[in-house]
Design a protein around this ligand. Sequence first.
Ligand code: SAM
Length: 207
Amino acid sequence: MRLIEARRDRYRRLAKELGYRSRAAFKLIQADRKYHIFRRGQVVLDLGSAPGGWLQVASKAVGEEGLVVGVDVKKVEGLAKNVIVIQRDIYDEALASDLLKISSSGYDVVLSDLSPNTSGIWELDHNRQIDMTERVLDLSSILLRKNGSLFMKVFDGERFKDIIKKARTYFLSVSTSKPEASRKQSSEVYVYCRSFVASRIASRTSL
Ligand SMILES: C[S@@+](CC[C@H](N)C(=O)[O-])C[C@H]1O[C@@H](n2cnc3c(N)ncnc32)[C@H](O)[C@@H]1O
């Protein structure tokens, strides 16, 4: 077995053992250890949340006094009491206003592990994923509370720098990393954006 497959297998086995719904859960656990993304009582939004590994990690981290809201085109069921999942496309025009109906004062943390259905054509997949990331930044600019943070997956490539540039207009600090649980040969990079500058917030009244 090649080293990469062995590592993937290790995380898959570990996810099963620990009751996580995806290997991806470990990417968020490792990122939280590095950046201290979560605090108890926070309100968290997870975009692209099926099958629910990140929801489990966030739910545990914010505790019973917190709330985790997931959005995915796929159905996700059977999670903890502090988790709500809505089955929806991130491009749905009513999404931001519906999410504000769930938490009218906004969200402390936005997470995004969104991936398009990959075609194998690298340029096409990169462009689709970057378009999604732009949408994540736009939604975050509407939904985040002052000083909120965003942790998101971005496919590396030609437009990666545009995303970083856009993120820097909304956040005081933007860092990139590749968690150990992310395959080395994959083009995904994780971007952590801290201290949302609320004065640049898009007007919520126009929703
Ligand atoms: C890599 S998976 C997320 C895994 C998740 N973080 C976990 O730990 O279980 C990416 C998700 O993005 C979702 N997705 C892709 N395009 C979407 C869209 N336009 N709107 C909402 N969800 C979307 C997919 O359905 C898929 O479940």
